[in-house]
Structure formats: C-alpha cells, structure tokens
Ligand binder design. Sequence first.
Ligand SMILES: O=C(O)CCC(=O)C(=O)O
Ligand SMILES: [Fe+2]
Length: 220
Amino acid sequence: MRYEALSDLYYLPNFITENEENFIFDKVNSAPKPKWVQLLNRRLQNWGGNPTKNGMILEPIPTWLQIFMDRIDQLDAFNDGQIKTNHVLVNEYLPGQGIMPHEDGPMFYPTIATISCGSGTVLKFERKPIQDCDTEDANDLPQNVSLYLERRSLVLVKGHLYRNYLHSIEELKSDRISTEICNLSSLDYQDGDRIDRDTRLSLTIRHALKVCKLKLRLGR
Ligand SMILES: O=C(O)CCC(=O)C(=O)O
Ligand SMILES: [Fe+2]
C-alpha cells in the first residue's frame, strides 16, 4: 500500500510467510557468535560488508539472505530496479529495547527496505529542523510520522522521509495503536489497542553506494 500523503512510504503486510519468518530466526541465530555486535540496547549483524565513509569492502552474502534481497530487488524500489541491494543490517530487539533517533545518511542509496520478524513495533519519524532539510517546502512536510510495522511486513522508506527525517524506535515493552499511526487502515488492529512486544528481528536491506573489492594477492 502506498500512502499518498507520504509518497515516500510503502507498507506491505505479510511480505514473508510464517515459515520464512522462522527460517530467518534460525539462520540469524545460527550465525557464528563473533558475527553479533553487542550494543547497549540491542545487538546486530552486518552482512555484505562494513559500510564506512571510505567505502565498503564487499563480503559475500549468504544464499539464505540473498533470497530476500532478490525479492526486494524485484520490486524495483531502488531507482526503478537499476540498483541492486548489497547490504543487510540485522537488528535484534528484546521487549523494552529500541533505537535512538538517527538518519541512515549519505553512505547509502536513499531507500530503506525493512522486513520485520517476530514482533511488531512502532517506527517513528520526526522531521529535522527546517534549516537542516534539503527542500524549500520543508514546512509542508508533516512534523511527525508514525507507523506500526507488523511482523512479516515490509516497509520501504525513501525520498523526504529518508533525507529530511530522523527515525527511531522507543524503548517500550508494548505499543499503543492510535489514529496517529499512518498505516492504521491496513492493520488488523484498532485505535486504542495495546500490543505487547516480543523479540523482534529486523532486516534492513539497503544499497551501500561506495564499494570496493579487496584484491587478495596470494603468493607472488
Ligand atoms: O529495526 C528497524 O526497523 C530500524 C533499524 C534502523 O533504523 C537501522 O538499523 O538503521
Ligand atoms: Fe536507521
């Protein structure tokens, strides 16, 4: 579903099946322990390489993950299909964990595809201060945008919502559905519902713009 008022946001419920959701949990949880990066309020896995300002050295993507990236690529969301996704960040949130307001920034093509597994959550967007926005019409952009990401859903974020907003997940154990939630009409929930969080895995699938292939010189 596309939100006309926010042409930069697409929300698709049931993008993956329950079997695929379980499959993702199995694969993520069977990754080697050093693959996890433990942060203060969540842990994550980086697949495809470590994006830095100087570029990302491409690392092979496992087939199980490539399946989902291919499915995103087929949606032609990234520059009408001209650009293929090359990076996946897996975030794990326990109930009560979240992510501070941030932007994904210029290292990535300005489109984010996120698959949610295991739990829903509210994802919040807040517009940057007018002077930090890259458009004359920033005043016409809503100040706050919230959406509820159901488990197994896909959300695509691009354009203004990528460039001129910060996004965050509050550190809560449950989420309250209200009319502020812009995708309310496509949810199985109603205004006033409170939904407990469970462990959530999100796959954030993007295209890192600057990549380099590491040339290994073996022998002489
Ligand atoms: O878990 C999510 O849906 C958001 C993750 C995110 O914003 C990020 O990793 O940059
Ligand atoms: Fe982000």
